[in-house]
Design a protein around this ligand. Structure first.
Ligand code: MG
Ligand code: MG
Length: 253
């Protein structure tokens, strides 16, 4: 993989829109059907069946050996949770669901965090602020801005609300590869970052913790958890830069 940011043609953008709409519709379906008592493996099976019925191939399954179609991360799990028939959704949990598909050779990628039953006030606020921080980042996804304008928008909104952004994992370009340049951190950096150009597609994905920003990876080699075991939320959209408004390819209808 080179370091150049690949600009997409109108034909590629059309396919990526379709790929991302499969992802978006899958997430909406999961949100509608998710109930207390289900396992995270149940969610995985529903997602895979739904996406395949629409012509999408789950992108994460087999990616560097990841075993699931979904990344399902509960409570203090940040990202990359492995679906399991032993993990039961309980009242008061939050569940972050990240899904990607390959459709006609191009990728879609999006994530949401869903409360299960009744969650605490601060956790509800965490979900709201994380989702808002993604909206504020998308607002900066414009020609003339730089990657760091996106990063800064996330960090400012999150820290204003006394939460913390994860540093160790970042967003990314997306196209014929699931992960393409550039990296899109959720915190501001010094130094020059790439300028945004029409035709770029960026997967912007704030990961936000109630406690400290530090995370660690569990012994399964995948599951990322907060170091202090505080709850974490994750939202992601695949966004097209245009000469006009940003286009959220993974927008949920
Ligand atoms: Mg994702
Ligand atoms: Mg992603």
């Amino acid at each position: 993989m080179g370091t150049a940011i690949i600009l997409k043609s109108p034909r590629e953008i059309q396919i990526m829109l379709e790929a991302n709409q499969i992802v978006a519709d899958t997430l909406v379906m999961l949100q509608k059907n998710l109930t207390i008592g289900m396992t995270t493996m149940d969610l995985d099976a529903m997602a895979e069946e739904f996406a395949r019925s629409r012509g999408g191939i789950p992108a994460f399954k087999g990616y560097r050996g990841f075993p699931g179609s979904l990344c399902v991360s509960i409570n203090e799990q940040v990202v990359h949770g492995i679906p399991s028939s032993k993990v039961i959704l309980r009242d008061g949990d939050i569940v972050s669901i990240d899904f990607g598909v390959n459709y006609k050779g191009y990728f879609g990628d999006s994530a949401i965090t869903i409360p299960v039953g009744k969650v605490g006030n601060r956790v509800e606020e965490l979900i709201r602020v994380t989702s808002q921080s993604l909206d504020k980042a998308i607002e900066q996804a414009r020609v003339g801005n730089r990657i760091n304008d996106i990063s800064r928008a996330v960090q400012q909104h999150v820290e204003k609300n006394k939460f913390n952004v994860v540093r160790q994992f970042v967003g990314h370009g997306i196209g014929s590869q699931l992960h393409e340049p550039p990296e899109i951190p959720n915190y501001s950096r010094t130094g020059r970052t790439p300028r945004l150009l029409s035709g770029m597609v960026l997967a912007i994905e704030p990961m936000v913790n109630i406690g400290g920003y530090q995370v660690k990876v569990l012994k399964d080699g995948w599951t990322v958890v907060t170091a202090d075991k505080s709850p974490s939320a994750h939202f992601e959209h695949s966004v097209l830069i245009t000469d006009d408004e940003p286009v959220v390819l993974s927008r949920r209808k």
